[in-house]
Ligand binder design. Structure first.
Ligand SMILES: NC(=O)c1ccc[n+]([C@@H]2O[C@H](COP(=O)([O-])OP(=O)(O)OC[C@H]3O[C@@H](n4cnc5c(N)ncnc54)[C@H](OP(=O)(O)O)[C@@H]3O)[C@@H](O)[C@H]2O)c1
Length: 264
């Protein structure tokens, strides 16, 4: 299948995923391999887990290119993305790598070092990913970039203030980039998952209503990206609830959150 055929069938021929060793990234890699994407470019930090995803996807018939990289090394990240963009021409890039931190079991607060590390991965590396792949997509006049935000972007949670803020930054950035790039043929989508089974999710304190499997989330993400939805947010009840929390007065939303067991 060449790139044009891939575009016609709605299945991207070449997909690049950062954080492909994690719960959602691995499920996305499997989802696109199963759907028939011909090439997957998978980034991770852990060689053993990266090989594991690679062998799943090659078993499903995909050609896999792997890259071991810490996305906090912005120079290395940008250089790799520019190079791979010219060599492989990814049709779809999913900026998925992310970390979470929380205020601790005793609500002692986030450590400053952890906050900086989180901002490096969740914000700077995500923006750098866009900058790394955009010039080649612009030159070709097509491409798709999906940014993984979170429902926590609607209204910050007391357990995860920095994480919530980082995901709000990604949401706002993605929406603005989408509008700015629409006329150039480059599509930008913001993904806002609720609770999805992964190490990050299991490590998080607080209730986890409407928990989804990573396989289900990746299926919904692929369908949303195929339809070029501006915002792919799920599950519906949690999306509606967190959206409403964002539009009411923060004192009232804070009261609701406490009643639901957040920040208790
Ligand atoms: N699971 C949820 O409930 C949920 C909800 C909303 C949004 N999200 C978002 O979904 C995305 C994927 O998260 P997940 O749930 O799949 O969590 P995960 O299983 O912890 O996966 C996170 C991925 O990001 C990678 N990563 C973290 N720091 C990195 C770094 N410095 N350099 C390179 N890669 C790095 C991880 O690699 P290592 O394993 O090597 O660290 C892993 O592949 C994140 O952006 C997250 O914020 C998740």
């Amino acid at each position: 299948m060449n790139n044009t055929n891939g575009r016609q069938s709605g299945i991207p021929d070449c997909v690049l995923i950062t954080g492909a060793t994690g719960g959602i990234g691995k499920a996305l890699a499997r989802e696109y391999a199963q759907a028939g994407s011909r090439t997957l470019i998978l980034q991770g930090r852990d060689s053993r887990r990266l090989q594991e995803v690679e062998s799943i996807c090659t078993g499903l018939g995909a050609r896999v290119v792997t890259q071991l990289l810490d996305v906090r090394d912005l120079n290395a990240l940008t250089a790799w993305l520019e190079d791979i963009s010219h060599r492989e021409h990814p049709d779809l890039v999913i900026a998925n790598a992310g970390v979470n931190i929380n205020t601790g079991a005793e609500q002692q607060g986030e450590s400053w070092d952890d906050v900086l590390r989180l901002l490096d991965v969740n914000v700077r590396a995500v923006f750098a990913t866009v900058h790394g792949v955009l010039p080649a997509m612009r030159a070709r006049g097509h491409g798709q970039i999906a940014l993984v935000s979170s429902l926590a972007a609607w209204r910050g949670l007391p357990e995860t203030p920095s994480y919530s803020a980082s995901k709000a930054a990604v949401k706002v950035y993605g929406e603005a980039m989408r509008d700015g790039l629409a006329r150039e043929g480059v599509r930008v989508n913001v993904i806002m998952p609720g609770y999805v089974e992964s190490q990050m999710c299991f490590d998080m304190p607080g209730p986890k209503p409407f928990l989804w499997s990573a396989a289900k989330a990746s299926r919904v993400i692929r369908q949303g990206l195929r339809s070029n939805k501006a915002r792919i947010s799920f599950p519906f009840p949690l999306n509606l609830g967190t959206f409403l929390l964002a539009v009411i007065h923060p004192a009232v939303s804070g009261w609701f959150l406490r009643r639901m067991g957040y920040g208790a």
